[in-house]
Each structure stands twice: as structure tokens, then as C-alpha cells.
Write a protein of this length. Structure first.
Length: 380
């Protein structure tokens, strides 16, 4: 009997495959489905799975309801008190019937609640306003949704995407020559979204033992600002594209950490990294670059760090053998729309870091893994 790729052991594939075919064929049979929904012992399972499947089918509609709430500022309008659909429609420029339709849909998916003729925020709806970056991320989904209109064409790479044009640094294009006008939109978005990432990362990986922190691809400095605020002894260097880091000094001045920060403009794709740090961080950097660029960057980080220095990576990650909604579904398609990069599992990172010469690879568990995941490694 021939060994199989699934197990590498004779016999197991054929038995498992026969069971798989039997089970899948049974469940995919409409007559079995009709029987199972009537039979008391299988009815709860069928209802649960049918409901979950319906949510997958309708998921894009649910996301568009949230998008409409954000675009029309409905959530902000309900921050202080509930309101009628007529009042909301008057404020947001929508007819009462259309606003009722939107609010009913939002209530159905748990973003609003209805009491009489008025609608108010649920805890979930209020959390959209309270989570830094979520509103801005949803606003930017207009481009992502356009790219997802034909997911097969997206996966085949048959056309230029809106997200690849928006994230104009991708692939090394338009870097040193980027203007402030070009840098402003995405660097501002990253600054807002990195507040959540910084909270999760610094809770999982305290920086008390380090003296100087170099943040590579650090944007306007949101993550470095949080690190310096949490550790008054720490010095920092921000490294990103010239037009991006030019926006950072005002942030550091406002946070009263400017005397501990050096801002350096450059591209890690084609230039050296600033020296002198015993900690280098890459926050949401690797996942939007292809393997060859990541390998080159890790080799550059390895050369830059002193012996015993540490590299910290914080970003969305694939679940590997256990795919996750955030890492594999959302960011898997998001990076496809960016036309470069991919979410990597912790084991993928381990392999790339080992290849670059790093040791002592560690996974640091975060409180909310859908926000970010954290790994570190040391230069021996």
C-alpha cells in the first residue's frame, strides 16, 4: 500500500479518505439535509450550521451596513442619546424610510438596539467609536471593497487594485521622492491604528531592559511614542520614508519625548539602518512585503544589531495549520489587494529569523490576537 502526503503512513489515507467522502457526500445530499432538519437529534446542529453559513453568505452586507453607519456618522449621532429614524435621517441627509432600513439592519447585527421608535447604541456599536483606528479603517474599506468586487480576478492578479495605488510605498515604488501630500493619508491612518497595536505589543513585550529602541518602518512614530512614554529611561530612533518621518517631530513634541528621539528618513529596501539600538522593532512591516524583501530586511537588521540585541516583530499573522479569521481571511485578502506581502505564521517567522542568523525565537501571547501577534528573536 502506498504512503500518502497526509500522514506518510500506509493505510491511513485510504481509511480517512473513505470516511471523508462518505461524510461529505451525506451532508451535501439535499434529501439528507431535509431529513436532518426534521429529526430532533440533528435539528440543533443543522440550525447552527445553517445560521453560520447564512452569516458567511450575508457577511458582505453586514460589513456594508457598518460602512454606511460610519459614512453617515450615525454612531457618533447616537453617542449621547437614542434617536428616531426621522431625526437621524434629518441629521444625516437620508430619508426616514431609508434610515429606518439602515437602523433595522444595524439592530439585526447587534450594532444598534431598538426601543419603541428610537434607536440607540449597543455595547458593540459604542465600541466602534471607542476603539482607536476602527472608524478610519472602515472608511478606507471603500477601496478594499472595490477590490473585492471580483475576488477571482483579485486572486489571479488580473488588474491593478485600489489598495496598491493607495499604499504607494509597496514594492519600493515612490519612496524617497514621495511628497507630504502622498504620505499624509496612509501615515495618518497607520498612526491611529497603531495605538491598539502598541497597547497589545507593549503589554506582551515590556521594554524595561533595553536602552535604545529603533523602530523600522515606524510611520509617524505612534508606536515609538507609546514605547517611550511607557519607559522613561528609553531612547529611540524612528526610521521610515523621509516624507513620513517628517510628520513625526510634532507628535514627539506633544508627547514630551522629543529630547529622547532621533528621526531618520530612508528606505529599508535600498539603504542601511541607523546603528546604535539594542532593540529593533518592525510593527506591521513584514506582512506587507514579499519573502525576498523580508529576507533582505532581516539580514540588514541582524547586521545592525549588536551581539545580544533583540528584534521584535508585531503584526497580523496567519494561524498556519489553524487558520484564523483575522490573519488568514481578512489580511490574507487584504495583502492580495495590496498586491504584495502575505500574513505569515509564527513558524514562518521562526524559519526566516533562523535563516537570518537569529536565535532564541519566542512567541509572546497578546490579549487580543486579532489586533496583532508578537514574536521576538535575539542576535547571538
Amino acid at each position: 500500500m502506498v504512503a500518502t502526503p497526509d500522514t506518510g503512513q500506509p493505510g491511513r489515507r485510504s481509511l480517512a479518505e473513505r470516511f471523508y467522502r462518505w461524510r461529505t457526500g451525506l451532508i451535501a445530499d439535499p434529501s439528507f439535509q431535509a431529513w436532518a432538519v426534521r429529526f430532533p437529534l440533528t435539528r440543533p446542529f443543522v440550525r447552527r450550521e445553517a445560521g453560520a453559513l447564512y452569516d458567511v453568505v450575508a457577511g458582505f452586507v453586514y460589513a456594508q451596513i457598518l460602512f454606511a453607519l460610519v459614512e453617515l456618522d450615525v454612531l457618533a449621532a447616537l453617542r449621547d442619546r437614542p434617536a428616531t429614524a426621522r431625526a437621524l435621517g434629518h441629521r444625516c441627509g437620508l430619508g426616514e424610510g431609508a434610515m429606518t432600513r439602515l437602523c433595522q439592519g444595524a439592530a439585526a447585527i447587534g450594532l444598534l438596539r431598538r426601543r419603541g421608535d428610537r434607536y440607540g447604541l449597543t455595547l458593540r456599536g459604542a465600541s466602534v467609536l471607542g476603539a482607536p483606528g476602527v472608524v478610519e479603517m472602515v472608511r478606507r474599506h471603500r477601496m478594499f471593497y472595490a477590490d473585492l468586487a471580483d475576488p477571482v480576478a483579485l486572486l489571479r492578479g488580473e488588474r491593478e487594485t485600489a489598495l496598491s495605488r493607495y499604499w504607494s510605498y509597496v514594492g519600493g515604488a515612490n519612496t524617497h521622492g514621495m511628497t507630504d501630500e502622498e504620505a499624509a493619508p496612509y501615515s495618518a491612518l497607520m498612526a491611529v491604528s497603531q495605538r491598539m497595536v502598541a497597547e497589545e505589543t507593549l503589554a506582551a513585550f515590556p521594554l524595561a531592559r533595553f536602552a535604545r529602541h529603533l523602530d523600522v518602518g515606524g510611520g509617524e512614530g505612534a508606536f515609538l511614542e507609546a514605547a517611550l512614554a511607557a519607559h522613561p529611561h528609553l531612547g529611540g530612533t524612528l526610521f521610515d520614508l523621509p516624507a513620513v518621518v517628517a510628520r513625526a517631530p510634532a507628535r514627539f513634541e506633544a508627547a514630551d519625548v522629543a529630547d529622547r528621539v532621533t528621526c531618520t528618513g530612508g528606505s529599508f529596501l535600498d539603504g542601511p539602518l541607523p546603528a546604535g539600538a539594542d532593540l529593533i522593532s518592525q510593527v506591521r512591516v513584514c506582512y506587507d512585503h514579499d519573502d525576498d524583501d523580508v529576507r533582505a530586511l532581516l539580514a540588514k537588521v541582524y547586521r545592525t544589531l549588536p551581539q545580544g540585541g533583540t528584534l521584535l516583530i508585531s503584526e497580523p499573522m496567519s494561524g498556519g495549520a489553524r487558520p484564523t479569521r483575522a490573519g488568514d481571511a481578512y489580511f490574507g485578502l487584504y495583502t492580495a489587494a495590496m498586491s504584495t506581502g502575505k500574513p505569515r505564521s509564527a513558524e514562518d517567522h521562526r524559519g526566516l529569523l533562523k535563516e537570518a542568523g537569529f536565535a532564541d525565537f519566542t512567541i509572546h501571547r497578546t490579549r487580543q490576537s486579532f489586533v496583532t501577534q508578537v514574536v521576538s528573536a535575539r542576535k547571538p
